[in-house]
Design a binder for this molecule. Structure first.
Ligand code: ADP
Ligand code: MG
Length: 684
């Protein structure tokens, strides 16, 4: 008997191969299927005559196949299926890309429904990769059709069919929202909503279903942050003193003037640390906005209060960079810094043994420890940890952050500060980081050069390569970023390797080219990265794993392949890898997409250099999933919630707070749902 927990392969008609494809998009069980919501809908309305088709319209026709054939397109090596379909009013061309089976399964004379967007110009109207359904008297694909995220070899039709065969199980899913809330907020019941979202009857009930499911996503994340917040508030920390004179002197000695945002953020941090409960704050500022010095002000106050600080970063190179920078920042003080990574332990600029290091940390001789995961793995103990900082916080799991915090004493939790360069619009931050207080640095320090950004059309590729060559002759270095093309190749190894070979063997055979991707061991990654940072490699071809925080001042070009596949905010982050020195830097966006919307979207990048604005655009255009890359699952819980809907976000927050005060004990189904939720999205 099929149940919610059955693997998808138990559904009749699903073989191993098909189940594998579902698994590639993280759908393993029947329940996963039911909770996988369409990401959009197409409203096909009624069948219209071919004669009445107009460009840009979404339409359905019913016609007969006159001609159908497969061929290879010359330029793009894609498989092309072309057909002519006609009804009594006229005929229209249909094109499908890379779905050769269509050419084999349809024949001349077949009667079909064709549904999709009409493409073309005034003279030449055609359907580009539309859906189709063979005509039968008892079925028509008219009305509202859901569209699901998919992968190679998994058609919309297959997904719909599979969901249909599991739909009867929806009724066995337990309602988890308290009845009072459902009534008061006029929400649709869970099983009704799940039914409607997959098989919408009309727009009104679909909207209501989406509103209910969106509420669930927002509500659960709020409940969870409430729990975290309460837990934090029940902890004790040392309420610090503010050392006004010393702080002013430190600031006066800096080689630059702090921006207003930096001052405000630093003050927010220092004030938090003056309270008897642990600070739990996120410092969010674009790449290069100067987060380090803000963190340093917190570290300094902590030091003046006689406590130790620790800063944890995701890689050895970053640790080294932070160590050097902080060393310079604290040069005029007595504060002593140590570096601890897997391969290196430094104290007062000198190498020391691991045992010595651990001893000095335990005795309190080291005031500030900069390190990688080694900090939480190798039995490091502190005399008195007062401030724990995590840089590029999205790179660490909740668990790792907790481990760092727990290096402090039980009775005196350290204050906690996260740094991130991923610009997050306020509304989104409210949702995702509901348990954290937020400081923003929006202003960039004065005098930064803009990075010249250009979309490069396919026929200008050669010129771009020539330009790259000329930059390298000037002594510069180049980043090349490749996207993930096939979701089943989760680390994007295939496309990046192909690109690497092309550049290394054919385009720049005279230059040293390096390759970086997620399947390399972390030591291998570090080695490639440090060779590039050291100038030994001139070109670095990488997936999006390229270290977010690493400084290679000599790099002047960021070249991004398949740019349309990335979010704007993410592209902006890549772009932030260059332009770190005095010379003009460039960002080239390559795209083979013919889709006008994608190109329009990329055009924002040419003009806009503000990470927050770009992130906001992303959010409006593509939803929250676009803010982080696919491999960073931080926002995976939002399939359907509209993060721009502040109204609903506030409502969900209010109700979560209300329930948190009342206590959840009465609501067993909700408690259980919350447990599942924590496990699925936060691995707690
Ligand atoms: P990020 O926010 O990316 O971590 P960093 O803290 O590494 O940025 O700062 C980037 C660079 O900008 C550093 O070289 C730092 O010394 C410099 N910097 C920071 N604040 C200012 C400022 N207010 N004016 C000028 N330069 C600054
Ligand atoms: Mg930084």
């Amino acid at each position: 008997m099929l149940s919610l927990n059955s693997p998808i392969s138990d559904i009749s008609g699903i073989g191993k191969a098909l189940a594998k494809r579902f698994s590639n998009i993280n759908l393993e069980t029947v329940s996963d299927l039911i909770f996988c919501f369409p990401f959009r809908y197409e409203d096909y309305g009624k069948v219209i005559s071919i004669n009445d088709l107009s460009v840009e319209q979404t339409a359905t026709i019913l016609g007969t196949v006159d001609l159908i054939s497969n061929r290879r397109s010359a330029r793009k090596r894609k498989m092309l299926t072309e057909a002519i379909v006609s009804d009594v009013s006229g005929s229209v061309k249909i094109v499908w890309f890379n779905q050769p089976w269509i050419g084999k399964s349809l024949r001349q004379g077949d009667k079909l429904y064709i549904s999709g967007k009409v493409t073309g110009d005034m003279f030449n109207v055609y359907f580009n990769s539309p859906m189709y359904e063979k005509y039968s008297s008892n079925f028509s694909p008219m009305g509202i059709i859901p569209v699901y995220s998919s992968t190679e070899g998994l058609s919309q039709k297959q997904i719909r069919t599979v969901i249909k065969s599991a739909i009867h199980l929806i009724d066995s899913i337990e309602e988890f929202l308290p009845v009072e809330i459902i009534k008061r907020e006029n929400l649709m019941g869970l099983s009704q909503a799940l039914n409607a979202v997959h098989f919408p009857k009309d727009m009104i009930s679909l909207e209501k279903a989406r509103r209910r499911l969106a509420f669930d996503e927002l509500f659960l994340v709020q409940l969870w942050s409430q729990a975290l917040k309460r837990e934090n508030a029940s902890q004790k920390a040392i309420a610090q003193k503010f050392f006004e004179a010393e702080t002013k002197e430190f600031i006066a000695k800096l080689k630059f003037e702090l921006t207003l945002d930096q001052k405000r953020s630093a003050w927010e941090i220092m004030k938090d640390m003056m309270r008897p409960t642990p600070m739990n704050r996120l410092l969010n500022g674009d790449v290069g906005s100067g987060k380090t010095v803000v963190a340093a002000l917190g570290i300094y106050q902590n030091y003046l209060n006689g406590a130790q600080s620790a800063i944890m970063v995701p890689t050895e190179i970053l640790a080294m960079q932070h160590y050097k920078n902080l060393h310079n920042l604290f040069a005029g003080t007595e504060l002593k810094i140590g570096l601890m990574t897997r391969t290196q332990k430094l104290f007062k600029g000198e190498k020391i043994s691991k045992n010595k290091f651990i001893e000095k940390c335990k005795s309190g001789e080291i005031d500030l420890i900069v390190g990688t995961h080694a900090l939480i793995q190798d039995g490091v103990e502190f005399a008195k940890l007062g401030l724990a900082i995590v840089d590029e916080q999205h790179r660490f799991g909740v668990e790792q952050r907790h481990k760092l915090i727990k290096r402090g004493e039980e009775a005196r939790r350290p204050h906690f500060l996260s740094l991130t360069a991923t610009p997050i619009p306020r509304s989104l931050a409210l949702v995702v980081y509901g348990d954290l207080d937020l400081s923003l640095i929006k202003q960039m320090p004065k005098g930064r050069k803009k990075i010249l950004t250009k979309i490069v059309p396919p026929d200008k590729r050669g010129e771009a390569y020539k330009f790259i060559d000329s930059q390298i002759k000037l002594g510069r270095q180049i980043f090349v970023i490749c996207p993930l093309i096939d979701p089943s190749d989760k680390l994007g190894v295939r496309s990046v390797t192909e690109e690497f070979e092309k550049l290394d063997k054919f385009i720049f055979p005279h230059l040293s080219v390096g390759l970086l991707h997620g399947r390399l061991k972390s030591e291998e990654k570090e080695e490639v990265m440090s060779k590039f940072a050291g100038g030994e490699l001139k070109i670095l071809v990488s997936t999006s794993v390229v270290e977010v925080g690493v400084d290679v001042p000599n790099a002047s070009i960021m070249m991004i392949e398949g740019a349309e596949r990335f979010g704007l905010a993410q592209l902006h982050q890549f772009r932030g890898r260059v332009g770190r020195a005095e010379f003009q830097s460039f960002c080239f966006l390559f795209s083979d997409s013919d889709d006008m919307k994608s190109i329009q979207r990329l055009k924002y990048l040419e003009q806009c250099h503000d990470g927050f604005e770009l992130a906001q655009r992303d959010l409006e255009l593509r939803g929250s999933g676009a803010i982080h890359g696919q491999e960073q699952s931080g926002f995976a819980e939002f399939q359907i919630a509209d993060i721009n809907d502040l109204e609903q976000i506030k409502k969900a927050k209010e109700i979560a707070e209300e329930l948190a005060v009342e206590g959840l004990e009465r609501y067993l189904a909700l408690l259980k749902k919350l447990e599942d939720y924590k496990f699925t999205y936060h691995r707690e």
